[in-house]
Ligand binder design. Sequence first.
Ligand SMILES: Nc1ncnc2c1ncn2[C@@H]1O[C@H](COP(=O)(O)OP(=O)(O)OP(=O)(O)O)[C@@H](O)[C@H]1O
Length: 470
Amino acid sequence: MPLINVIRGERIEPAPFTVRTPYLRVPLWLMLAGWLCKGLYRLVVVYIRFWYATVPATVLAWLYHRYGWPGPVIAVGIPTGLLTVWRLVDLASFRRFAWWPVLGRWRRMRYRRHWHAAMATANLAVTFKEDTFLPLLKRVRVGATGDQVTIRMITGQIPDDFAKAGERLAHTFGAIAYRVTPGTRPDLVVMTFRRSDPLSAIVRPLPVPAAPNFNGLPVAMTEDGDPYRLRLFGTQVLVVGATGAGKGSVIWSFLRSVAGGISTGLVEVWAFDPKGGMELGAGERLFARFACEDYKAMADMLDEALATARRRAARLRGITRQHIPTVDEPLIVIVIDELAALTAYLTERQLKDRIKATLGLLLTQGRAVGVHVLACLQDPRKEVLPFRNLFPTRVGLRLTEEAEVDLVLGDGTRDRGALCDRIPQSAPGVGFVVLDGDPSPVRVRFSYLTDPDIHDLASRYAPDAAKEAA
Ligand SMILES: Nc1ncnc2c1ncn2[C@@H]1O[C@H](COP(=O)(O)OP(=O)(O)OP(=O)(O)O)[C@@H](O)[C@H]1O
């Protein structure tokens, strides 16, 4: 038996005694006096506990008593005026240093009030040796869209325990969505409760970088209002979404982010649009290769890409582990609008098997030698699933079923906040990006390019357009 047991958490003391009060006849005056004392005691407790409200109220009352109305009016008016000027002059710093800290205090009180019940009903309170322990509410930080709540877990708890209870807690605390991320220390977990949606508006096309940075291509906006930068080097990208979820906008946002490289010859896009060219046809001028009807031609293109990858690997072996694109040896991106059309729906068995084998090799061997795949998928069915793990970067847009989320993005991702099945139809282009090895899904909205935007992009950045201009 251990000498000392150590457990973190807030201990809920049981009542030391349980007594049955005897029946006594109490005179009315004694009862009234008792109530009065109790009332006074509670008043003092409330006064001390809520000092930040009671002390200013007392000061204002004293000012009124001493100077009449001008006293409190001036005392309130001057700081209010200064704060209003601050807000008008610099809203960002006003929010950051004045409004959000105050709101954070207020919200912390509200979290505390519901904390015990919320933890107990979400099964996050732990009973150990007849004592009950609660996770500790450490800090509440308010931001533009919601609250970041830092919690110290009880011994034996892990962030996934909070992820599993996330939806329950979000409802309890009146949030519309949540996200769970590990804290800065192993005993901390951060729950982000979102109260409004900063991604409700359409994101206009982002500026085209003249020279694309393949470690961070701006393709979408994050909830913080910053561009989301997709890392292409060393990865393959899978985009999954129900029909109308905005897969097209992911492709076009990506193409826009590498358009500078396309025009200079640093990037070659090989596009596959098995739906007859409806999605990608408008940008045909941007592509070095384009196939939209002939599946045999698509299989040949994939074979060619694999041969290129192998040639590069043979040349670079022992020299470098990451291919650096040049005009002579550009970065090749294979964009596939509907992966299942090649790997699942195709009726010619031999051709389908050939495509699947090549694609599998390409996904594993291509990323170090500058041959990348960005593939979209509508229906996460069994036939395409074996490929899932070959895509280190996965984007989940709106999905129709809850079970599809973990199927596509990885086990436990939905619990950690990637609620793809809850994305409304009215929010196409909204999705969660999940990177291999990073437990936190990032919620983003991809930029939307209208047909004129796409035509404009194709006419400005097509490689032949650059030659014509020269
Ligand atoms: N990022 C976005 N922002 C705003 N609206 C968008 C966005 N992406 C798509 N939309 C709207 O949603 C519609 C459907 O988008 P899109 O065709 O890209 O979906 P999809 O997932 O490719 O569907 P499908 O699988 O049926 O081709 C578009 O016509 C457009 O009106």
